[in-house]
Design a protein around this ligand. Structure first.
Ligand SMILES: C[S@@+](CC[C@H](N)C(=O)[O-])C[C@H]1O[C@@H](n2cnc3c(N)ncnc32)[C@H](O)[C@@H]1O
Length: 271
């Protein structure tokens, strides 16, 4: 599916979820992940037999961000691609299963303050959790019978040569970094991208700054594009005629309370 350049760089749009191609991608992912049919209906939560609520295997907003990245990424088998801030995200597995040569990075569970705090609690209460992200990704890849070249590294200091990848993508990770560190990260992602390659980014978006979480507005994104020195594919389209209705619509679709933020996505080209 070839995207129209005019609609590349935009806010999350729940209408996209109704496009057969986009819905088909999430259905295919659920199929690959063997998510039970009954749990695929909800965008946000899965329930088990005891009606306990779990986070969905593919989180709510990712039902938009993953198809958006796939549709605009034009990934091809054999292509070296880099997933920055991969987490336990399923997109890396999906692309590996499609034949891409997938590399991914994320910070060590022990390297950020919040995660260290979390790990201390895990140890205190003797919870049966492994802290090693490397083995977590390895196990995930093994479960789906594919391979991922994962490295523990910060996006702001990528352990790769210049011009190593045809595609670099970063889904919902920049807003989790400190101010300034995200700028370094953007420079690094550009550095490791090959000429002719695409950088695909999604970030939490809000027109106003929020007290409890980091998000980007349109000016922040324009600044980030300038820092990258890359060319924007198409136009930015972050105008929202009625912000309240937009958030209410998102909340309804994603079944989340207090959806203060939207998500914005953009594609940059390296000439
Ligand atoms: C909301 S999760 C998104 C995970 C994944 N991209 C997905 O689509 O599911 C944000 C991820 O960014 C990672 N992250 C935060 N700061 C980072 C940094 N400096 N370098 C690499 N990863 C980072 C976090 O550890 C976390 O896994």
């Amino acid at each position: 599916m070839n995207p129209s350049p005019e609609i590349c760089n935009k806010l999350i749009d729940v209408n996209d979820l109704e496009k057969p191609g986009w819905r088909g991608i999430i259905d295919e992912m659920h199929e690959l992940m063997k998510v039970p049919e009954r749990n695929r209906k909800s965008f946000c939560h899965c329930t088990d037999r005891r009606s306990l609520i779990h986070r969905a295997e593919i989180e709510s907003y990712k039902h938009w961000e993953y198809p958006w990245t796939i549709v605009h990424g034009s990934f091809e088998p054999g292509m070296p691609v880099l997933d920055c801030g991969c987490g336990r995200g399923f997109l890396q597995i999906y692309l590996a299963l499609k034949g891409c040569n997938v590399h991914s990075v994320d910070v060590s569970t022990m390297k950020t303050k919040d995660l260290r705090k979390f790990w201390n609690l895990v140890q205190k209460y003797k919870l049966p959790l492994k802290e090693n992200r490397e083995s977590a990704i390895k196990n995930l890849a093994k479960r789906y019978n594919t391979s991922i070249n994962f490295k523990v590294a910060s996006i702001s200091r990528l352990p790769y040569e210049n011009a190593s990848f045809d595609r670099v993508y970063c889904i919902s990770a920049l807003e989790h970094m400190n101010p300034g560190e995200d700028e370094e990260a953007v420079r690094e992602m550009c550095r490791v991208l090959k000429p002719g390659g695409r950088l695909l980014i999604t970030v939490d978006f809000s027109p106003v700054s929020l007290p409890d979480r980091r998000s980007y507005n349109a000016n922040d994104i324009v600044k980030m594009i300038k820092i990258s020195g890359l060319e924007l594919s198409g136009k930015l389209d972050y105008a929202c005629a009625d912000w309240r209705s937009h958030l209410a619509e998102l909340e309804m679709h994603f079944l989340e309370k207090n959806a203060h933020v939207s998500s914005a996505a953009f594609v940059l080209l390296k000439r």
